[in-house]
Design a protein around this ligand. Structure first.
Ligand SMILES: Nc1ncnc2c1ncn2[C@@H]1O[C@H](COP(=O)(O)OP(=O)(O)OP(=O)(O)O)[C@@H](O)[C@H]1O
Ligand SMILES: [Mg+2]
Length: 218
């Protein structure tokens, strides 16, 4: 068996002196899809920010591919990306949004890769590439934001309530994109959601949080 992609050991987070999350141990295996469930305020978003190395924990250790990682940029961050609930799009075209990260990295075959990422999220490149950000529905904008991450082929794709304001069809497209990311390039996914039916359909197992602690893994 290959080593875990991300591990947490005795990780706690505190805000203003109040402990909001304490996880003794959690491993994200390569190519696994982990659901995060729990009531409002149980710590799902906080845990996702830890897993994305966006925030340093108040205490404890995180590892990425077996190496301890701090919040400081050290090359890990490009392999791990978090899609927040209301993602920000550049005030530009769909193509410009999805190609942005590739161009920053100086990569080639940008248009082919952008078009493929759009297809992964169920957006026809011929129809959508040249649309402006204001010409998208909420569900389309969410999928453009997802395509902008998929195009970079992260090893870990973390999603915070990716279907919160979407209809069933868009939610299905997000699920298919998540499964395609795993199948095509072995991505691990960690997804927080209140939609238990949707989460169960996409996840290998579900981590339940209550009051900042893992109460169950199924
Ligand atoms: N930046 C912050 N400063 C202070 N407290 C915070 C901060 N972020 C989160 N919290 C607190 O941490 C706890 C966990 O919040 P978190 O956002 O992780 O929960 P959640 O499970 O994502 O909830 P929801 O389902 O509502 O999105 C809550 O009590 C929240 O008020
Ligand atoms: Mg949240």
């Amino acid at each position: 068996m290959s080593a875990p992609l991300i591990q947490l050991f005795n990780v706690c987070q505190r805000y203003s002196g109040r402990t909001v999350l304490c996880v003794d141990r959690l491993s994200i295996e390569p190519g696994s899809i982990v659901g995060l469930a729990g009531p409002n305020g149980s710590g799902k978003s906080t845990l996702l920010r830890m897993l994305a190395f966006l925030e340093a924990p108040a205490s404890g250790t995180l590892t990425f591919m077996g190496e301890p990682v701090s919040i400081k940029p050290n090359g890990v961050h490009r392999h791990v990306t978090l899609l927040v609930q209301e993602p920000y799009l550049l005030k530009r075209s769909v193509h410009a949004n999805v190609s942005y990260g590739l161009k920053v990295r100086g990569e080639e075959n940008v248009t082919d890769r952008v078009n493929h990422a759009l297809e992964m999220v169920g957006l026809d490149p011929d129809k959508f590439s040249q649309r402006q950000w204001y010409e998208l529905s909420g569900g389309e904008a969410q999928r453009v934001a997802l395509a902008a991450r998929l195009v970079l082929k992260p090893k870990a794709l973390l999603m915070d309530e990716p279907t919160a304001s979407l209809d069933g069809q868009s939610a299905t497209l997000i699920r298919q994109a998540a499964l395609a990311a795993r199948k095509e390039y072995g991505a691990s996914l960690v997804i927080a959601s209140h939609d238990m039916a949707w989460l169960s359909a996409v996840s290998d197992h579900i981590v339940h949080l209550e009051h900042g602690e893992i109460t169950d893994i199924k």
